[in-house]
Design a protein around this ligand. Structure first.
Ligand SMILES: O=P(O)(O)OC[C@H]1O[C@H](OP(=O)(O)OP(=O)(O)O)[C@H](O)[C@@H]1O
Ligand SMILES: Nc1ncnc2[nH]cnc12
Length: 194
């Protein structure tokens, strides 16, 4: 995936009764976790059986209603990538468009939208992928990146990793390098599979 493999993303889980475990952010890999992580974790709502039965949907819209928590989430990524010679932040439609542009502006990088099919008007390259609930496709404008540019991919959540894999393939096909993928949430169900 790139030279830096770990990330600070949050694991949310549910006991199966719709209630969410509330202390997932206390410690990561034996290190004391960043104190901002707990409030970020608490602001993510888990909605059982959305958009279909059996899916525990991790909803970031409540976090967006709390500007200090939203800012903390953006700041944590900015602190991680500032000064690392990142030329571009690639955001995945739709929820990567919420965090990606703020991170890109703060670190002085360009923003590249990776869009769902038939939304970009110019020449595109495409990658199809399999989701937790269906299949989809991502597209990127040809010429959005230059060969050798260092790119960070941003999204709200990684589940199976299919979406991020498609994003990585698109960027690598253009000759740029994916340094890291930055997501707020990592679903524990897929932790050992991604
Ligand atoms: O790791 P994966 O299994 O690939 O799943 C993660 C993707 O699923 C969600 O988007 P979704 O496809 O639901 O699209 P949306 O943002 O347009 O709702 C999420 O925002 C990620 O992009
Ligand atoms: N459980 C989930 N919650 C929110 N977005 C998702 N995308 C894929 N799985 C998801």
């Amino acid at each position: 995936m790139g030279e830096e493999e770990s990330n600070n993303n949050i694991s949310k889980s549910s006991g199966g009764d719709g209630m969410v475990d509330q202390a997932p952010a206390a410690k990561e890999n034996g290190r004391a976790a960043d104190p901002r992580l707990q409030a970020i974790s608490d602001a993510i709502r888990v909605v059982p059986h959305f958009p279909q039965p059996g899916i525990m949907f991790n909803d970031i819209t409540e976090l967006l209603l709390r500007p200090t928590v939203f800012k903390d989430a953006v700041d944590m990524f900015v602190e991680r990538y500032r000064g690392k010679d990142i030329a571009a932040v690639a955001g995945i439609e739709a929820r990567g468009f919420i965090f990606g542009p703020a991170i890109a502006l703060a670190i002085g990088a360009k923003f590249i939208p990776l869009r769902k099919p038939k939304k970009l008007p110019g020449e595109v390259i495409s990658e199809t992928y399999i989701l937790e609930y269906g299949t989809d496709c991502l597209e990127m404008h040809v010429g959005a990146t230059e060969p050798g540019e260092r790119v960070v991919v941003v999204d709200d959540l990684v589940a199976t990793g299919g979406t991020l894999s498609a994003a990585i393939k698109l960027i690598e096909r253009s000759g740029a390098d994916v340094v890291e993928c930055a997501c707020l949430i990592g679903l524990p169900k897929y932790k050992d599979k991604v």
